[in-house]
Design a protein around this ligand. Structure first.
Ligand SMILES: O=P(O)(O)OC[C@@]1(O)O[C@H](CO)[C@@H](O)[C@@H]1O
Length: 312
């Protein structure tokens, strides 16, 4: 999970420089910077499931982050912790590197044709999982609507119902975090279930490096330690969260929010014309890039002294 978490550093905005083979080392180095770690509860959710072991995976950036997400899904699948994975993708990217269905297909096909036998083997295995429907990809335009996820049930009920069939939903990345927690400037110590404001189609977890000010589930003490270690801790991408929720917070404060979206369902449906237009445009073939797969230069992060008890 930590490997998939720290792969979230590699969005196009902070990936600079080229350095080979450093992701595992980086994930090890960054371990103390996971300032909220609900991994045990997540593993327990995998272990305790009785009749439903489907996982819904909501990936974030294409490229190296997606590769790590596929590796995590592969590990859960091959270890028997799930027998089915649905990858939920945006129909069109909100941010240039957001994963689409084509990115997953392209990644798998590219791996299948690599010279490296390990990568080829992964590509072949994932292609087989797709072919026998153990893995599937489901696109939905809701993911790129300007709506936080509390609006899913109303504006994308089928997507909500599909997520509700999962034992666990894995959300990746900063943007998903903002949409989960409504882009609200919460006090960091607001409990995760409260921040979700009733959005809980199934048990969920989020793997996110913090790149923006929305943070929940962190005690005041831990937040103070982070600020002391790094003034820029909410934007640097050097602090990580592995958070879990399986309890519905009943009170719905949605009406009290200052900025409810100011448009009707028909206007959202109007987006369909735009999507149709996008689909008719041929996407250019992706060129073979020198050094593709290399990782970004890793800056030494400021370490935060947080005790094991504090991150749980
Ligand atoms: O979502 P990701 O890839 O982890 O984060 C990339 C990012 O640019 O996208 C978000 C929305 O613009 C920002 O909060 C964030 O900095």
């Amino acid at each position: 999970m930590q490997i998939a978490l720290w792969a979230n550093k590699y969005d196009l905005s902070i990936n600079k420089g080229i350095e080979r083979g450093t992701h595992l080392n980086m994930a090890r180095k960054m371990e103390p910077n996971v300032i909220c770690d609900h991994s045990e509860a997540i593993w327990e959710a995998f272990r305790s499931n009785e009749d439903n072991d489907t996982i819904a995976y909501v990936p974030n950036n294409a490229g190296y982050e997606l590769f790590c997400d596929l590796c995590l899904a592969d590990m859960l699948f091959t270890k028997g912790l799930t027998s089915h994975v649905t990858f939920h993708t945006k129909s069109i990217p909100s941010y240039v590197s957001d994963v689409t269905k084509n990115d997953i297909i392209w990644t798998i096909q590219t791996l299948k044709n690599r010279g490296d036998p390990h990568l080829r083997c992964l590509g072949q295995r994932w292609d087989d999982y797709m072919a026998n429907s153990s893995w599937e990809i489901q696109e939905d335009p809701f993911w790129h609507y300007p709506l936080d996820y509390t609006y899913m049930q109303e504006y994308a009920p089928e997507l909500h119902d599909k997520l509700a069939t999962a034992n666990l939903i894995i959300f990746k990345g900063d943007l998903a975090y903002r949409k989960l927690f409504g882009d609200i400037n919460w006090d960091t110590n607001i409990p995760v279930d409260k921040g979700l404001r009733g959005f809980l189609p199934a048990k969920l977890c989020v793997l996110r490096t913090i790149k923006y000010g929305v943070v929940c589930g962190i005690s005041e003490e831990v937040a103070a330690k982070c600020s002391k270690a790094d003034n820029n801790w909410k934007e640097s991408g050097n602090y990580g969260l592995i958070q879990y929720c399986d309890t519905i917070y009943v009170e719905k404060p949605q009406e009290e929010l200052a900025f409810p979206p100011d448009f009707e369902a028909e206007e959202i449906e109007g987006l369909e014309g735009f999507e149709a237009q996008q689909k008719t445009e041929e996407s250019p073939e992706t060129p073979e890039v020198e050094g593709a797969g290399d990782l970004g230069q890793i800056e030494e992060p400021a370490k935060v002294e947080v005790t094991e008890e504090e991150v749980k």
